[in-house]
Design a binder for this molecule. Structure first.
Ligand code: BTN
Length: 323
């Protein structure tokens, strides 16, 4: 860990409080001048650090930059199992992490971005990913699961995000099969799980769970149709200051706990309980065809059981449903 990272991690742990420069210098065995230079560097990166006379350096409570150091204090997972990188701007965290996976990155590698230029959703749709108002995160897994069971990863991620949003913000969430999180009737999060299958054996070589959350409604609003279908957990970015790091960490904590126990009954029960389509009339878009049906249940493999108007029942493994 560099001096800059060390100082940032101490300031993040003591957010809103002053940390003595002399103490930092002693801990790092460097001069106070070296500490001052590192702090200047952090300030140049945008960190709101104040030098308080006779007290030291203080990272403002209003500092809202996502970093490994800002997330770390909230992690309850064994941090040795994870490697978290936060970048300012990427094309898509899923795309970049896929390249890392191909080059051998281990399970538990997590890439988070402040902004994505080519954020991707399911069915080839774009995922709007503006700076500072969201969390765009991809988690690399190398699970000992067959393709059929991999849907449980998406299910676990959906429950992990739902629970984390409720824990951190107090807002009630619902899950729209298969992987969208809603608050009231607006989408606040989408999950895109992608993987590569081993040609020999047919198991998963790796799997990437990509989670995109609109933490607050973007300044200037969402573009086009999204204005009516999407929302932020908060309507104003001022209300979410300091919460993105805690939310990102809580999602990781929850997801990791579920991942280590993927067949945990509670996850499917919670997933079902949070569903807001069971029992409702839905429209299923499959290719170019739109069909009306009733959502009957979510089965033990997180598949959607539907009944068409002619009375026939079908189990769906994927698709796009709307109410
Ligand atoms: C959807 O709504 O259909 C899924 C959206 C998934 C978006 C996330 S943001 C992080 C990761 N990187 C991407 O390009 N996509 C996922």
């Amino acid at each position: 860990m560099s001096a800059k990272q060390y100082i940032l991690s101490i300031l993040e742990e003591n957010k809103g409080k002053s940390v003595s420069g002399a103490k930092l210098a002693k801990e790092l065995s460097v001069s106070r001048n070296a500490i001052w230079k590192a702090v200047k560097n952090l300030q140049a990166d945008g960190y709101a650090i104040e030098a308080v006379p006779n007290k030291g350096y203080c990272l403002s409570e209003n500092n809202d930059i996502l970093s490994g150091e800002s997330i770390m204090p909230y992690l309850t997972v064994d941090s040795n199992a994870l490697s978290i990188t936060v970048q300012n701007l990427v094309t898509s965290t899923n795309t970049v992490l896929k390249e890392w996976a191909v080059h051998g990155a281990p399970e538990g590698t997590i890439l988070i971005a402040e902004e994505q230029t080519q954020g991707r959703g399911r069915m080839g749709r774009p995922f709007y990913s503006p700076a500072k108002t969201g969390i765009y995160m991809s988690i690399l897994l190398r699970p000992a699961l067959g393709l059929d069971d991999s849907v449980l990863l998406t299910t676990s991620a959906a429950v992990a995000v739902s629970n984390a949003i409720e824990e951190v913000t107090g807002c009630q969430t619902k899950i729209k099969w298969v992987n969208d999180i809603y608050i009231k009737d607006k989408k606040v999060c989408g999950i895109l799980t992608e993987g590569s299958v081993c040609l020999e054996g047919g198991g998963l070589e790796y799997c990437i769970v990509g989670i995109g959350i609109n933490v607050s409604r973007p300044e200037g609003d969402f573009p086009g149709k999204l204005r009516h279908t999407a929302d932020g957990i908060f309507s104003n970015s001022k209300d979410s200051i300091g919460l993105r790091s805690r939310l990102a960490a809580t999602i990781i904590n929850n997801f990791w706990a579920y991942y280590k126990n993927p067949f945990h009954d509670n996850i499917l029960t919670e997933y079902r309980n949070r569903s807001f389509i069971i029992g409702k009339e839905i429209e299923i878009l499959s290719g170019d065809t739109l069909q009306q049906a009733t959502a009957v249940d979510i089965d033990t493999r997180a598949r959607l059981v539907v009944r068409y108007q002619d009375g026939t029942q079908k189990i769906l493994t994927s698709g796009d449903v709307s109410i």
